[in-house]
Structures are given as structure tokens and as C-alpha cells.
Design a protein. Sequence first.
Length: 684
Amino acid sequence: FQAWNVSRWVKGETRPPMREQAVQLLVAKDYADRLRMPPFPPLYPLSIGYAMSRPDPARAALWANAGYMALLLLALWGLGAHFGGPWVGFATALLFSCAPELQRLQSTQLLDLALIAVVAAAYWALLLSERFARWGPSLAFGALFAAAMLTKWSAFSYFFPAYWLAAQAMADRSRRPKALAAALLAVVLAAPWYVVELPFLLPRLVDASADQAVSLFTVSGFFSYPLQLIYGLETPLLILGVVALVAPAVERRKDDFWLPLAWLGTSLVFWMIVPNRQLRYLLPAVAPLALAAAATWPRGLVAALCAYQLAAAANFSAGWVRGAHPVIGIPVNFFRSEPPKAEAWPLDDILSEASRLHRDPPAFGGMVVVANHGQLNYAGLTWEERRLGIGNLRMREVNRRLCELAEFVLVKTGSLGPDGVIDGLPAARDQVLDPKGWFRKAYREAKRWPLPDGSEALLFARADPAVAPIPDRKVRYDYYEEGPFSAKALAADFGAYDPVRSVYPRARLEAASVSIDGLEIDHPSLELEDLGFVPVRYEGKVAEASRKDSLLDLRFIRLRRLRLLSGSVSEASLAAFLRDRVKGLEETRVTLEGTAAAKARIRGIPVQVELSAELPEGGGVLEARVLRAEAFGVPIPRGLLDRYGKISLDLRPNPELPFEVDAGALRIEGGRVLVGGESRAKPR
């Protein structure tokens, strides 16, 4: 039955994958192409790797869900049978697997169904181990725990009761070897990936924990998961399951039933504390609701509930009845349905047209996507570009300056996406569609496509103005400020304008000092080749701009090469920059002599670090290596520094900076970091 439901989606769904699904497909593509190891646990991406060679990988990947659903059904049956025999096992498997949110996950390319299945199987093995008294189930639990951690890094949060049982087993001589073996097996299987990916994983975990953050200390925050469960489960199952959790046990065994209750309770507390709240994060711990209902209520009532759940699951993909019904403002679910849709979203045509219009350099054209709609978004277009193998386009999201240095801009009319994920996009779209704004001076409409939701997608390409964007060749400002950038004694010589190529072939910028995001750079001198820009605001030839209203505001549209002729950063400037950017940093002292060394306190902890930096003349990749680091006066082992103490900054054209960077030589000497010019000695 569940495989049949999957087949309905494989045959009927033609919409492009949504944002998070596209990300999972991109990760699977990276693993399949062996380009690099992405900072995502590998089990799920590898399990859908077979689909990457199919004509439609997104739909082919859905068949992996049938396998994960089979594992989940087996694990649920095992859990139910442990407490009430085969009938309770069957009812548990049917009730939970047919819930609307499980059916939704089964129709997506998300890893959550895999995680739910592996966690349930691990708890079944834990029950069979009889508190780590049996070898086979104990080792199975260790392997399944590792599989969960290799599916998603947060899997540890569902196993707090297992940690308690393992701690008890360690105090028992007869059970200790089995608990140790299970732990060792889990570490051997899962730890290697985490050791390799730790430097990349930690920043992502910090960012993810705050994504879509909802404070616990609000009414909506506290009731976030209960309200989501109302929508994610059919109402009869939710009511009977919750009541069964506190009802007197009828057929279930009392001695072990605390374990599934603790599984649900500890996971709920953990995920209520984490600011990012989505029901799919809690679902790996919700199976005990179905288990309690199946093991507590009379068989006739459970049979009727099973029949209802089966019909509801069939209706979810068929759409015979549409059924989220609000009661006092709360969406109560009776026969919720989200059937597959055959809609033609022209992502392939959009990408093909942009690829045809692209002109070198660089080797790729940047496309800014002004939309975060389910079927039209940055990640979805990136996936389609990879799937089609186009190669000469790179997608970008809107930044604070909209579309600087982008060759194309794609904007959607109508709905841009859910309210919570489109901050700034309506204003960006208004700029693009304003016929009298600066954008229309820099870009021209290339093509538009009607979309299935009644809106349109508009593709804009860079224009080729034959007239210089400003009348003056040279400009100077005693003080200039725009956003995070400020400069003193800023002078620009744009040179002659080339009307055929619509660029300034060679422009030069100089200043007494500039500040970029708080980093002070002294006496910078830049040369810009093939520069194109459009003024948002421009007044006068020589003026002194106020801090509140700069008289010069440009949007850079083209740039082939940036050559840094000279510039330096002092010890004091670098120390101030670090104090401003690193939270909790104080008593910072920086020394620049051959290497860059810093001593400071981070939240009261004394730390020291010394780095070397090297940059090949002409640009390439700036590499910094940590030579020495210590905390509380204790040195960090050299082996860890060799593995993780390397920082690389690619200065070659990339989607964010699509131009060449020639920084000249890099030197650390005399209390300064010096760039530009010729090197007098090989940098250390």
C-alpha cells in the first residue's frame, strides 16, 4: 500500500523540487559525482545516488522512500509486538505510517523519513537487547545509532533514554562488555565522517540553530509543537494517542513502557528548547503516540482507527476529500490531502535562454533570483542547472545591493513565497520593476514566461549603454560613506569610456583610508579593468558628502579584473576589527612581524594564535596556516593544526566576486599587513 502511494507521486508529480528538497538532491549529486564531500551526513544522499543517472532524478529518488518506509513498518511492528503481540505491532505500524505528515515526507526528497525509520529500528533493537544483556541486539543498536548519526547530525537528541540505560549497564559487570561494544561500534562507524567534516560542520550548526527561530518563552513558542502535531497527525489518532499516554495500561507491559514514553518526552523537551521548530524535527520521536493508542484501547476501537488511517492515507495522495478544517482558529485534520500535481514550470527554458545569452568573461554568468517560491527559488534553479549540465550559469540570492555584478536577474510576479522566507524580496522586486529606477538603466528585459500559478517569470540581462553613465571622468570626495564602506580623500579616475563594449577599460581608485565592515585599510590604490556601473545617485564633481547622505552611490555591473596596487592594515586596526567581529573577545593584542600573532580573552578564556599567510603573485588562492594555538596556556596538538589549521580564500572568479583579483605580493612586516607591489622576500 505504501509503495503504491509512492508510485502515485512518481507518476503524477511534475513540479520541480522545493528548496530544501533541491538542496538534498544537490548534495546527492555532489556525492555521486565525487566532486567533493559536502558537509552533510552521507547516508541519505548515498542512498538516492542511484537516481542521479536517471532522466528525472527528482522523481526517481522518491523510490528510496519506499525502502525507508518498509524499514519503518518493520520497526514499528517490532515495537508494538514487544508490548502487545502481533496485533498491536500491526496496528502501531499502520497508525503511524499513515499519518498525514509521514505521507508528506514520503512524497519528498527529504532525509526525514529515513531518520524516522532508523531511529525507530534502533529503539526496537534497544528493547530486544534487554538493557544491553544480549549481544546481537546490543550490536544492532550500536550500528543503527551510527546510521542515525550518519543520516542527520541531530539524531543524538532522540536517544537520551538509551544513554541512561547504557550508563546503568556500565555499572553491571555482565552487561558492561555489550554496552561498550555497542558504543565502540557506533564510534567506529560514525566518527570518521564527523572528524573530517568538523571544521565545516560547526559553523553550519550554529547558523541552523537560529534559522526560523521561535522563542520558547512566548505562548506561540511553548505551544508550537502541540499545534503542529494537530496539523501533522489525523485528529482521531492524536486524541486517542495523547489520552492513551496517561490512561491505565490494559494490554501493554508496564516494565518497559517507560522507554517509549521517555523517548517522546525527552525529545519534545529538547526540540522545544531549540529555537528552530519544525514538526519534521520532532517526528522521529512521535511513534510512541501510535504505540500507546494501539496498546491501550480495545481492539475494536483500534481496528476502526486503523481503517480510518488507511482511508486517510489513500486520500492524501488521491485528493478525494480536502480536509484541514479550522475549529476556533485551529486547523483540525480530517482527511488532509496534498495530491501530486502535473504542472509545467519552465525552469529548463529559463536556464537555457540565460545560457544562450551569456557572454564571457567570466566563464559563467551570475543570475540573481528574486523569488523564494516553492517551485521557483535559488536552490531549485541551481539543481536544475546541475541536472541539465549547463555549466555556464551560477545562481545567487538577493543581497543588500540587490544584484551587483550579476549578468542576469530573474524575478517572479505574484507570490514570492511564504511570508516567513521572503524578507527583502518584495522591495527588491519593486526596484526591478520600477520603469524609472536605476535598474532599468543597467538591465533590459530579455524574456518572460507564464507560470502555472498565474504569475510570470521575467528574465533581465545586462544592457549595453553606449553613453557613459556619468559625465565626469574624475571625481573626488573628502569623505564618502555607503553602507559598511567608508573612505577618506577618495579619488577616482575612470578614464575614457568605451561605447562599443560599454565599459571603462581602465579605472583607478585611491584613498587616504577606507573602512570595509570595520576593517581600516590605509592608503589603498586599486586599478579596475573593464568596469561598468550605473549611478543610483550622483551629484557634482568635487564635493564633501555628509555621513547621512552620500553624493555618490553606484551599482557595479561589470568588472573583469581588480588589481590591488597598494594598501596596508596596521596591528591596531586588525585588533579593533577582531574585537568588533568576534563576540566575547577582549584584551586583544595583535603582532605583525613575519607572521600574524594574536593574544586575547574569549569570554574570559586566555587564547593565543599565530598564523602565516601566503599569496602567489598575480592572485590565485590566499592561504593562511595556523602555526601555533593555545588556550589556558595549553598548546593545541600539532596534528590537529595540520588537519584543521588551514584557511583558504579563493581569489579567482566565483559567483559572489565574478572577476579576477590580482593582489600583487603579500607581506607581514613592520607591524603591518602589506599587499600590492612586488615581493621583497618570500612571505613566511
